[in-house]
Design a protein around this ligand. Structure first.
Ligand SMILES: Cc1ncc(COP(=O)(O)O)c(C=O)c1O
Length: 446
């Protein structure tokens, strides 16, 4: 870690502390992968990738792609771009590939991260926590592997619930102690975080005395709350992370669905220490079914995740990666961002239609805030202490479905007066009708 008020780094050799820090956050599970694989992230696919074409390899266990039935493909996009996968490329697409991701996609993504976030770590040495990237099978794979890498039973971790159930489900079996950090419509409240952290003394921090290992948050268009963290709050939270020496996991699948420009600076862009792990997703802008996401963070940690990928899925589908890489290379960053703009415009119209329907039917019956990103409206129903029964029993009879808020609580049996409405798939007319039905339901319930 760099200095700058970090309680741990003062007076101690920086590189030593960094290595000790990275080593201290790993769990035994990933260490055993390291033992099996000889502490290297280079497998056979990686070696082949680096070898000259004249190399004769009798080492490979890969099947012969000439026996595979698929020969070539042309995939046409809505804007008329044709992604061609000829015979040679198809052989590569159908073959095993490197666990970190195929090189052309990795280098495109690295350039994108540098251009969007300008991370201070981009020019650090590997030991200092240099920015590293790996491709994941959706951001969910990245998240779950990061959690497995970091958490030992009994560890404290911080997050702002209500939050994404996929995160809660990945965390629960790991036996960590989840500490809920209060939040409002601008995300985590730094003062509340500070208050929670004050139970650990500087001495506790120095001795790693069960201080929280990381803080997890969804900084833009939160799922389910639709809230976005303000820049000032991010800065304050990052300073607390430095002071108490914990990592920040920035789960940002709705980054590209921000309705206002300039887009908010990310934790990654502030990461002078190499303590931020960022999960990105192409699910909301290119395809959710293709399963493409990417992890960005300090090299010692990302390398560990790659080891885990090597022993689990081996890699994200090569075909998918090549298809995406071809498209991104043809588009360039400019074309990609133009596509993102078109997607954002679609969701903006959808959001506005949902807000109009809410204004028309739910005024006086419920409260909500207009989301600045994402695809969700988080609605607090007045006079209903638990929406579970309202939705699961009565709403279905009225032919309207929303997600009861309890599903997003750390303990899902804790009552919630909220519901989550998505403005992704319904037409404005359907949203209007749905909220008319919800309004009737609320009036009958209270
Ligand atoms: C906050 C959050 N994180 C992660 C994910 C997982 O996304 P992916 O499809 O990239 O795995 C989702 C999906 O909805 C999400 O809402």
């Amino acid at each position: 870690m760099n200095g700058g008020g970090n309680l741990v780094t003062d007076d101690v050799e920086k590189a030593e502390i960094l290595n000790a820090f990275f080593a201290s956050v790993f769990t035994d599970k990933v260490s055993s992968h390291t033992a099996v694989l000889g502490n290297t992230v280079w497998g056979e696919a990686e070696l082949m990738q680096k070898s000259p074409p004249s190399l004769i390899s009798l080492a490979g266990g890969a099947p012969n792609p000439n026996t595979f039935p698929f020969k070539m493909a042309t995939i046409t996009t809505g804007d008329g771009t044709a992604v061609n996968i000829g015979e040679d490329l198809m052989k590569r697409a159908l073959q095993y590939s490197a666990s970190a991701g195929i090189p052309e996609l990795l280098s495109w993504l690295k350039d994108l991260q540098k251009s969007l976030h300008n991370p201070p770590t981009a020019n650090y040495s590997p030991d200092q926590g240099q920015m590293e990237i790996c491709v994941t099978t959706g951001s969910q794979e990245g998240l779950s592997k990061v959690f497995e890498m970091l958490i030992n039973p009994g560890d404290n971790i911080l997050l702002d619930a209500p939050t994404y159930p996929g995160t809660l489900a990945a965390l629960r079996p790991l036996g960590c102690n989840i500490i809920n950090v209060p939040s409002d419509q601008y995300g985590i409240i730094p003062k509340a975080l500070k208050e929670i952290l004050s139970r650990w003394s500087p001495e506790d921090v120095r001795k790693h005395n069960n201080i929280p290992k990381f803080l997890y948050t969804i900084p833009n268009g939160g799922n389910p709350t639709g809230t976005s963290l303000t820049t000032d709050r991010k800065k304050e939270i990052y300073q607390l992370a430095r002071q108490y020496n914990f990592l920040v996991i920035e789960d940002d699948p709705y980054y590209f669905l921000q309705f206002d420009k300039p887009w908010a600076p990310t934790f990654l862009s502030m990461d002078v220490d190499g303590r931020v792990i960022r999960t990105d997703s192409f699910s909301k802008i290119l395809s959710s079914g293709l399963r493409i996401g990417f992890l960005t963070g300090p090299k010692p940690l990302i390398d560990r995740v790659i080891l885990h990928i090597q022993v689990s899925t081996m890699h994200t589908s090569t075909f998918t990666q090549l298809m995406i890489a071809q498209l991104l290379q043809q588009w360039g960053e400019k074309g990609f961002l133009e596509h993102v703009d078109r997607v954002v415009e679609f969701y903006r119209v959808q959001r506005d239609a949902m807000l109009a329907a809410a204004d028309k039917w739910l005024k006086g019956l419920a409260d909500w805030h207009a989301p600045a990103a994402g695809m969700f409206l988080w609605i607090k129903i007045k006079g209903v202490s638990d929406t579970q029964q309202l939705i699961m029993e009565k709403a279905l009879q009225k032919e309207v479905l929303l997600v009861p808020g309890g599903a997003f609580n750390i303990d899902s049996s804790v009552p919630s007066s909220y519901v989550r409405a998505s403005f992704s798939l319904s037409s404005p007319a359907q949203m209007d009708q749905a909220f008319q039905r919800l309004a009737e339901l609320i009036k009958e319930a209270v």
